[in-house]
Design a protein around this ligand. Structure first.
Ligand SMILES: [Zn+2]
Length: 76
């Protein structure tokens, strides 16, 4: 199952979820405040440079083994 990254629209917490593709467009629930979180689309590279370190675990992302030029064309 692919890993997807979500950001809470309320508290801005970023978190990762393993989800089947069939559920990826459904809203995720924030583990901190249980508000609706939105999926982050292909922008985590810039998020990882903002210094908060929350995305440092992205090394286990399927993107590491993806040959697509960018996440917009990545099927993972
Ligand atoms: Zn939240």
């Amino acid at each position: 199952m692919p890993i997807y990254e979500y950001v809470c629209s309320d508290c801005n917490l970023k978190f990762e979820l393993l989800r089947p593709l069939s559920q990826v467009n459904k809203g995720a629930s924030c583990p901190r405040c249980h508000n609706t979180a939105k999926r982050i689309l292909s922008t985590f590279a810039s998020f990882s440079r903002d210094g908060n370190g929350l995305t440092s675990s992205i090394g286990s992302s399927p993107c590491a083994s993806c040959s697509a030029a960018n996440c917009n064309s990545c099927s993972l």
